[in-house]
Every structure is written in structure tokens, then in C-alpha cells.
Design a protein around this ligand. Structure first.
Ligand code: SF4
Length: 187
């Protein structure tokens, strides 16, 4: 076998055109960079209590592959999650637990309500079922359906990404946000 070295014809010694010498830079706004980084590295906490959770499992699997959105790292600790995904029927007994999980999440945090049950109680219009999680915590995006298909879950995640990307880094300190939390009895 020949060990002859093939010489590259590409000239790597070409000089940079005038005006763009040096290390280079680009100008942007800090909230744009932070928003982009946050939106593409969301860590979801799946709070799955019933059948919608199965659709979420399908969304995580290879066909739909939530990893494409930077969200394949699920967190089962509220302190290491920034997206609370509520999927399934939430009974009134479970409601304080859900609220505690939300309160344990660090800011900034977002909430996605998946399916009819989490969003409105669904078909379970009974004394024991919470008629929508927005009665106890603020919700950013609702996914309709019973159950929603994985495509809808992806659509919901992309909706959250849009919100995250465009959110001001000062929003969490704003009076408007404090008032929103106060409505739910939180600080
Ligand atoms: S919305 Fe439908 S699929 Fe989802 S948890 Fe409720 S009953 Fe199950």
C-alpha cells in the first residue's frame, strides 16, 4: 500500500479582507442570548397522573424524540426543572402536592397543561376532581385533547419555547408577575 501524502490545494494562509481582521464579534442583546439558551435547554418535570402520561412517553420515544428540542433530560426533582408538565386528572387531594412542587421550582419556571383533564377536569366533572390546574397555579400553555397526540405535545413545547425566547429577563421581578403569584397566594 502506498503511504504517499496527498497535499491539500486549499491555501490556509490567505489574508483576511480589510476590516475583519482580529478575533471578531457580533452584537446582540443579552436577553436574546439568554432566551435562546433557556428555550433550547428546557428541563421538564413530568407530573403525570394518568393516560396523558402515556402520550408523553410516546413523545419522548424515538419517533417523536423530544431530545431534538433539548428537552430529553427529565427532572424528577422540582429544584432541577424549569418546565412543569401536568398531564392527567388532578384530584383535589393531589392539588396541594402539585402546588408544592410548583413552589419548589426555582425561577424562571413555566407550566404546560396537557390534555382536557389537567386543563379543565375533562370528563370528570365530579366533587373530587380539580376543574383545571389554573385554579391553583399559573399556566403558560394549554394543550387541548383527550388524549392529545404527541404532535400536539411537541406543538405545546414549541409554544413554551417561543414564550421563553421572548421573555424579558426582568419579567420575574416585575410587579405584574408578583401580582400574578399573589393571586395564587404565593410570593
Ligand atoms: S385528557 Fe383524556 S387521555 Fe388525558 S388524562 Fe384525561 S382522560 Fe386521560
Amino acid at each position: 500500500m502506498s503511504t504517499k501524502t496527498v497535499k491539500s490545494k486549499i491555501d490556509l494562509t490567505a489574508a483576511a479582507p480589510p476590516g475583519i481582521e482580529g478575533p471578531g464579534f457580533f452584537a446582540t442583546r443579552i436577553d436574546k442570548v439568554v432566551g435562546m439558551a433557556r428555550a433550547n435547554s428546557l428541563w421538564p418535570l413530568p407530573f403525570a397522573t394518568s393516560c396523558c402520561g402515556i402520550e408523553f412517553m410516546a413523545t419522548m420515544a424515538s419517533t417523536y424524540d423530544l431530545g431534538r428540542f433539548g428537552s430529553e433530560r427529565l427532572s424528577f426533582s422540582p429544584r432541577q426543572a424549569d418546565l412543569l408538565m401536568v398531564m392527567g386528572t388532578i384530584s383535589k387531594k393531589m392539588a396541594p402536592v402539585l402546588k408544592q412542587v410548583y413552589e419548589q421550582m426555582a425561577e424562571p419556571r413555566w407550566v404546560l397543561s396537557m390534555g382536557a383533564c389537567a386543563s379543565s377536569g375533562g370528563i370528570f366533572d365530579t366533587y373530587s376532581v380539580l376543574q383545571g390546574i389554573d385554579r391553583i397555579i399559573p399556566v403558560d400553555i394549554y394543550i387541548p385533547g383527550c388524549p392529545p397526540r404527541p404532535e400536539q405535545v411537541l406543538d405545546g413545547i414549541m409554544g413554551i419555547q417561543k414564550l421563553v425566547e421572548n421573555e424579558s429577563i426582568r419579567r420575574r421581578d416585575s410587579q405584574e408577575y408578583k401580582d400574578l403569584l399573589a393571586k395564587y397566594g404565593m410570593e
